[in-house]
Design a protein around this ligand. Structure first.
Ligand code: AMP
Length: 266
């Protein structure tokens, strides 16, 4: 597996297709194209950051696009984006049409030769089907869908203690991964804040939305032979190593032309 440092600022993804990325990931013969699945708080964002660094791919998070629109000072959000932000602050899913229009508009990111790790998208069967059709039309193969699992009781503790850097988006946790100075990012000195949708009232709405709308994607990808299940307990590094093992096993199996089982569990 490659280990390419990724300094891309993801401008085309975060701001839209008219923005240019600071540096494009290196083109690869076999770029990794992954989807990360799992309930809110399972650590998808942290794993996506580690994976994109390791694989030299781009971290495509739909949640980050919405958060970037919220903090953009020089430009008022479009009516669709303003509506999306309302849903988001309540912890509800943004309607499929808005999310899909946003992803479609960023199709160059899906075509990028560096590959990508989709984090937080798709989140409904309709989104998964739209993505499937688009990738088929574009003749782009999805390598795997990594489904992270943790016991339900851990999720709420993780979400309510999570703190995010307003500047570089690094993630901390008040008890399991505290910053050296309370409220200050270790990496860039930015202010740490609690995401609005990590407030208790939004957490339960988000967990219900996950069960109702996103959990069915596990079966959707299982029957298509793409699902890789990874236990997400332990440190971020432990989870990362499990993920790499699972992906490596999958690629080696593909290279040998083996039949990949419908689901791999690590
Ligand atoms: P995330 O950072 O992935 O947890 O996303 C934060 C919030 O953005 C979610 O709780 C939703 O309100 C919204 N969101 C992000 N991605 C999607 C999506 N694919 N479909 C619907 N809503 C989304």
């Amino acid at each position: 597996m490659t280990n390419a440092a990724n300094h891309n600022d993801r401008a085309a993804w975060l701001q839209g297709p008219s923005a240019k990325c600071s540096s494009l990931p290196q083109a690869k013969a076999e770029p990794w194209r992954l989807v990360l699945l799992g309930p809110p708080g399972v650590g998808k964002g942290t794993q996506a950051a580690l994976l994109t660094q390791q694989l030299g791919a781009c971290h495509l998070s739909t949640g980050d696009v919405f958060r970037a629109a919220r903090t953009q000072r020089d430009k008022a959000p479009s009516p669709a984006m303003a509506a999306a932000l309302e849903y988001m602050s309540r912890g509800e899913l943004v309607p499929d049409e808005i999310v899909w229009a946003m992803v479609r508009e960023r199709i160059t990111c899906l075509r990028c030769n560096g590959g990508y790790v989709l984090d937080g998208f798709p989140r409904t069967l309709a989104q998964a089907d739209s993505l499937r059709k688009l990738l088929e039309t574009e003749r782009l193969r999805l390598d795997a869908v990594v489904n992270y699992v943790v016991p339900a009781e851990e999720i709420i503790a993780r979400l309510s203690g999570r703190r995010t850097c307003i500047n570089c988006k690094a993630i901390f946790h008040v008890s399991s991964q505290p910053s050296k100075i309370v409220g200050v990012c270790d990496k860039c000195g930015g202010r740490l804040y609690q995401r609005e949708d990590d407030h208790p009232q939004s957490i339960s709405v988000r967990l219900q939305a996950y069960e109702r709308s996103t959990a069915p994607l596990i079966e959707f990808y299982k029957i298509r032979g793409l699902l890789v299940t990874v236990t997400a307990t332990g440190s971020p590094q432990e989870v990362f190593q499990r993920t790499l093992m699972a992906l490596d096993g999958r690629r080696k199996g593909q290279a040998k032309g083996q039949n990949i089982p419908a689901a791999i569990n690590v």
